[in-house]
Design a protein around this ligand. Sequence first.
Ligand code: ADP
Ligand code: MG
Length: 701
Amino acid sequence: MTSAEIFGSHVLDLLTFKKRLPKPTYHALRDAIQKGIQLDGASADTIAQAMMEWAVSKGVTHYTHWFQPMTGNSAQKHDAFLSFDANMMPIERFSGNQLIQSEPDASSFPSGGTRTTFEARGYTAWDPSSPVFIQRNRTVSILCIPSVFFTYTGHALDTKTPLLRSINQLNEAAAAALELLTGKKVSVSATLGCEQEYFLVDRKWHDMRPDLIMAGRTVLGALPAKGQQMEDHYFGAIKGRVLAFMEDLETQLYELGVPAKTRHNEVAPHQFEMAPIFRDANLAADNNQLVMEVARKVAHEHDLSILLHEKPFAGVNGSGKHLNWSMATSDGRNLLEPGKSPQSNITFLYFLVAVVNAIQNRGDLLRATIASAGNDHRLGANEAPPAIMSVFLGSQLTNILDQIEKADGFNEEIVASIDLGLAELPNITVDRTDRNRTSPFAFTGNKFEFRACGSSQSVSFPVSALNAAVTESLLEMNAKLEDVGQITEKNLFELLRPFISQSKNIRFEGDNYSDEWAAEAEERGLTNLKTTPEALALWQTEEAKAFAKNTGFLTDFELEAVINVRMEQYAKHLDIEAATMLRLIDNFVLPAAIAHQGESAASLSALTEALGEKAAASSALQAGRLHCLAETIGNLIDARNKLETELDAVHQLPEEAHALATAKQVVPLMDKARAQADALETMVDASTWELPTYHELLFLM
Ligand code: ADP
Ligand code: MG
């Protein structure tokens, strides 16, 4: 079968429904999907029946509401279609009620304190805007029904609900702007394409590393002589074993309607990337969850392990997720793509400035949405953007905005001089001469690219916050636009000018990795919060709460839950990492090092006894090495003791203080202990070193 034939074969889309439903029911479903109109009970029953018949025809026996709790992963609980009829004969049954709502036991999902366990009722409800799909495993196939997850009081318990809300708000604000600008009513939707980076390692090595199993990253490990300095992996020929994995992954993604498009080797050894074709943000977010889920499964089937962690290996690049984002009209026009006519240039500039203004106002909060234990290793480590938000526009757009800002009033001549060939912009930026790879938020020709997101993260929170920030900015600008009267370039430039100048502070065209930028950013008053608990705390201010509430994507209550869950996850992740590190030191590193020390000491005594003065020079050198070994062992014991004591101490602290103290005290102690352990790895007898090394993990497959 061709990829086009495979594509979507496990997805029940509207077209397939059309063939399987009576006309009125099909129309009711279409309205539910496109306009959010609630389905009546009879239609829901008919739709459920059609869904089940389609699924059963493909060998499916079970269904599940597929939802995205605040863990950032997806969750499912399977129910069989099997039932009994009135005569106790076995039949397959699936009702409208079962399709629309389900009540999984929610008590074990993180809720950030929104529910106490005794009232832990959580509901999942079908989100018709994302199509149902069949997930196949080796032996079973499951009908997955994309759903939202909420408490019995109606509060969101998931990442999808806020995303859907933010998309609706943005779509409305953007459509309103377009109507004011062009006089035409069209619907708009946010578009998203998520590039996904990952590492692959041979499963036999992976399974011998307790830290990879427990924490998803190596908490110890010395860098081999060769890391990524030869720059020979990026875009290199893909190893056969990896290609086989990629092909299998892509086939399974195609079945699920995920349009996987590009694949290549990334910078670090054993690091790779995939990118899909962009689409509506809600679907793209679901698709990225599927990419991660299916990739884990397929890797396993290939005796590989996929590492989605942001920093699996110290000393080589970590992995991120680039969120390519724009807005498009229902007739396919990209609002961030400049056109040939002055009219389309006006609309383009309007939306462009709205986005820059949004980042000026809410960039800090956006940065905080991607804060996590894993991502703390990447941001600002000269491999990913720093923890400072800024916007890159490229020289041509910068020039245009600067001219508008500096113009001393707008007469015809000035207006004409400002229209500097915006129509050529897509060609210029697409050929990548005007790109900046170090920027956290870059304009790349006809979309923005938010590059700070971590590879393992759900994209929902950052995309929700971005949508909300642009909504807020558009509403502010739309209010001014209503008073403009005739939409001319001159009037528009006048409207844009104050927004351009108030958002200038966030624009930066230089090297975001440089120390000079950190210093300049500080002068500009931009925040640079390097750890997760500090960044998350930004969302606890009254201003942030008002922003979330006014843009309608999170209530106070929900926001508090989201931040609590993230603080808690941060502290728990690091607890696990630190505890795993102590185990590795005690069970692997120290035994090997001490044994080596014993052998070296015994051998040195024997040598002195046998040869005495004759071997004085060599004995002294060997004694030097032994001394160094003994000292490093001592340092390691000291460092692990301090780490253990501190770990006990932070455990006594309440949630948020626990997270903060972990960032400030525990993490630096882990770094110290690691330095000693990694030094020992380079000193001891390799044949006694039981942990697979970076050599095996990064070069043997
Ligand atoms: P690069 O390497 O330049 O970042 P890629 O081709 O790897 O480019 O990835 C670009 C991503 O951006 C793809 O997933 C693509 O589908 C997505 N993209 C392109 N145009 C848009 C758009 N208008 N809105 C959202 N995403 C887009
Ligand atoms: Mg990119």
